[in-house]
Design a protein around this ligand. Structure first.
Ligand code: FES
Length: 154
Protein backbone atom coordinates (compact mmCIF):
# COMPACT_ATOMS: atom_id res chain seq x y z
CA UNK A 1 0.00 0.00 0.00
CA UNK A 2 1.28 3.45 -0.85
CA UNK A 3 0.35 6.70 0.80
CA UNK A 4 0.36 10.21 -0.52
CA UNK A 5 3.17 12.30 0.83
CA UNK A 6 1.88 14.86 3.32
CA UNK A 7 -1.50 13.11 3.41
CA UNK A 8 -2.85 13.98 6.87
CA UNK A 9 -5.67 11.50 6.41
CA UNK A 10 -3.47 8.43 5.96
CA UNK A 11 -5.66 7.26 3.12
CA UNK A 12 -5.62 3.73 1.88
CA UNK A 13 -5.66 4.72 -1.79
CA UNK A 14 -3.36 6.81 -3.92
CA UNK A 15 -5.49 9.82 -4.76
CA UNK A 16 -5.42 13.57 -4.82
CA UNK A 17 -9.22 13.70 -4.55
CA UNK A 18 -10.86 15.33 -1.57
CA UNK A 19 -13.98 13.19 -1.56
CA UNK A 20 -14.19 9.56 -0.50
CA UNK A 21 -14.81 6.91 -3.16
CA UNK A 22 -18.54 6.93 -2.46
CA UNK A 23 -19.41 5.79 -5.96
CA UNK A 24 -19.05 2.21 -7.06
CA UNK A 25 -15.93 1.52 -9.12
CA UNK A 26 -16.82 -0.89 -11.87
CA UNK A 27 -18.64 -3.66 -10.03
CA UNK A 28 -18.54 -7.14 -11.50
CA UNK A 29 -21.90 -8.65 -12.30
CA UNK A 30 -22.96 -11.78 -10.43
CA UNK A 31 -24.33 -14.65 -12.47
CA UNK A 32 -27.23 -15.89 -10.39
CA UNK A 33 -25.68 -16.80 -7.03
CA UNK A 34 -22.18 -17.10 -8.52
CA UNK A 35 -20.54 -13.88 -7.35
CA UNK A 36 -16.96 -13.89 -8.62
CA UNK A 37 -14.28 -16.29 -9.81
CA UNK A 38 -11.38 -16.42 -7.39
CA UNK A 39 -8.91 -15.61 -10.17
CA UNK A 40 -10.77 -12.34 -10.83
CA UNK A 41 -9.54 -11.03 -7.47
CA UNK A 42 -6.29 -9.05 -7.51
CA UNK A 43 -3.80 -8.48 -4.70
CA UNK A 44 -6.41 -6.44 -2.80
CA UNK A 45 -8.39 -9.70 -2.41
CA UNK A 46 -11.76 -7.89 -2.49
CA UNK A 47 -13.95 -6.44 -5.19
CA UNK A 48 -17.42 -5.02 -5.75
CA UNK A 49 -20.03 -7.40 -7.14
CA UNK A 50 -23.50 -6.35 -8.24
CA UNK A 51 -26.11 -8.93 -7.25
CA UNK A 52 -29.76 -8.97 -8.32
CA UNK A 53 -30.84 -9.84 -4.78
CA UNK A 54 -28.74 -7.58 -2.53
CA UNK A 55 -27.30 -4.84 -4.75
CA UNK A 56 -23.55 -4.23 -4.74
CA UNK A 57 -21.59 -6.20 -2.14
CA UNK A 58 -17.92 -6.27 -1.12
CA UNK A 59 -16.83 -9.83 -1.93
CA UNK A 60 -13.45 -11.34 -1.26
CA UNK A 61 -11.15 -13.94 0.21
CA UNK A 62 -9.34 -13.87 3.54
CA UNK A 63 -5.68 -14.93 3.60
CA UNK A 64 -6.75 -18.29 5.08
CA UNK A 65 -8.80 -18.90 1.93
CA UNK A 66 -12.24 -18.37 3.44
CA UNK A 67 -14.65 -16.32 1.31
CA UNK A 68 -16.81 -13.45 2.52
CA UNK A 69 -19.46 -11.04 1.27
CA UNK A 70 -20.58 -7.98 3.23
CA UNK A 71 -22.49 -4.77 2.61
CA UNK A 72 -20.34 -2.25 0.81
CA UNK A 73 -20.61 0.99 2.79
CA UNK A 74 -18.05 2.22 5.31
CA UNK A 75 -19.71 3.50 8.49
CA UNK A 76 -17.40 6.53 8.61
CA UNK A 77 -17.72 8.57 5.41
CA UNK A 78 -19.46 5.99 3.23
CA UNK A 79 -16.54 4.90 1.04
CA UNK A 80 -17.16 1.73 -0.93
CA UNK A 81 -15.45 -1.08 0.93
CA UNK A 82 -15.13 -3.30 -2.13
CA UNK A 83 -12.61 -0.73 -3.36
CA UNK A 84 -10.45 -1.36 -0.28
CA UNK A 85 -8.30 -4.36 0.55
CA UNK A 86 -8.06 -7.38 2.81
CA UNK A 87 -5.34 -7.07 5.46
CA UNK A 88 -2.86 -9.80 6.42
CA UNK A 89 -4.96 -10.58 9.49
CA UNK A 90 -8.11 -11.02 7.41
CA UNK A 91 -9.91 -7.72 8.01
CA UNK A 92 -11.60 -5.72 5.28
CA UNK A 93 -9.94 -2.31 5.22
CA UNK A 94 -11.69 0.83 4.00
CA UNK A 95 -9.99 2.48 1.01
CA UNK A 96 -10.33 5.94 2.50
CA UNK A 97 -9.19 6.20 6.15
CA UNK A 98 -8.38 2.52 6.65
CA UNK A 99 -10.98 1.53 9.25
CA UNK A 100 -10.87 -2.27 9.59
CA UNK A 101 -13.89 -4.57 9.64
CA UNK A 102 -14.35 -8.15 10.81
CA UNK A 103 -16.08 -9.71 7.81
CA UNK A 104 -17.62 -12.51 9.87
CA UNK A 105 -19.89 -10.25 11.92
CA UNK A 106 -19.48 -6.86 10.22
CA UNK A 107 -18.09 -5.07 13.26
CA UNK A 108 -15.48 -2.32 12.96
CA UNK A 109 -12.35 -3.64 14.67
CA UNK A 110 -10.39 -0.40 14.39
CA UNK A 111 -11.56 3.09 13.56
CA UNK A 112 -10.33 5.58 10.96
CA UNK A 113 -6.60 6.30 10.82
CA UNK A 114 -4.44 9.25 9.82
CA UNK A 115 -3.38 12.44 11.58
CA UNK A 116 -6.87 13.95 11.46
CA UNK A 117 -9.40 11.12 11.54
CA UNK A 118 -7.10 8.92 13.58
CA UNK A 119 -7.39 11.27 16.57
CA UNK A 120 -8.03 8.63 19.24
CA UNK A 121 -11.30 9.87 20.83
CA UNK A 122 -12.75 10.56 17.38
CA UNK A 123 -11.61 7.21 15.95
CA UNK A 124 -13.01 5.41 19.02
CA UNK A 125 -16.37 7.22 18.66
CA UNK A 126 -16.62 6.21 15.00
CA UNK A 127 -15.80 2.62 15.91
CA UNK A 128 -18.47 2.65 18.63
CA UNK A 129 -21.04 4.08 16.24
CA UNK A 130 -19.97 1.64 13.51
CA UNK A 131 -20.68 -1.24 15.83
CA UNK A 132 -24.22 -0.04 16.50
CA UNK A 133 -24.87 -0.56 12.80
CA UNK A 134 -22.35 -3.19 11.67
CA UNK A 135 -21.91 -4.30 8.07
CA UNK A 136 -24.32 -7.00 6.99
CA UNK A 137 -22.49 -10.27 6.31
CA UNK A 138 -23.95 -12.66 3.71
CA UNK A 139 -23.37 -16.44 3.82
CA UNK A 140 -21.09 -17.53 1.00
CA UNK A 141 -19.21 -20.64 -0.03
CA UNK A 142 -16.25 -21.49 -2.21
CA UNK A 143 -17.07 -23.93 -5.01
CA UNK A 144 -15.76 -24.63 -8.52
CA UNK A 145 -13.14 -21.88 -8.20
CA UNK A 146 -15.73 -19.22 -7.41
CA UNK A 147 -17.44 -17.51 -4.48
CA UNK A 148 -21.17 -18.22 -4.32
CA UNK A 149 -24.01 -16.89 -2.20
CA UNK A 150 -24.88 -19.89 -0.05
CA UNK A 151 -28.31 -21.48 -0.11
CA UNK A 152 -31.01 -21.25 -2.76
CA UNK A 153 -30.76 -22.27 -6.40
CA UNK A 154 -27.62 -21.68 -8.48
S1 FES B 1 -14.55 6.50 4.92
FE1 FES B 1 -13.98 4.55 5.69
S2 FES B 1 -12.59 5.00 7.28
FE2 FES B 1 -13.19 6.94 6.54
Amino acid sequence: MTHLRNDPHGRGVETAGLLPPVLHGHPLQATGRRLVDVDQLDERRVTEVNTPEHGVLAVGLKPDGSPFAVSNLCRHQFAKLGRGRVTADGCLQCPWHRADYDVTDGTMTSGPKGRIFGFKPYSWAIKTFGNIAPLRPFPVELRDGAIWLAGGPS
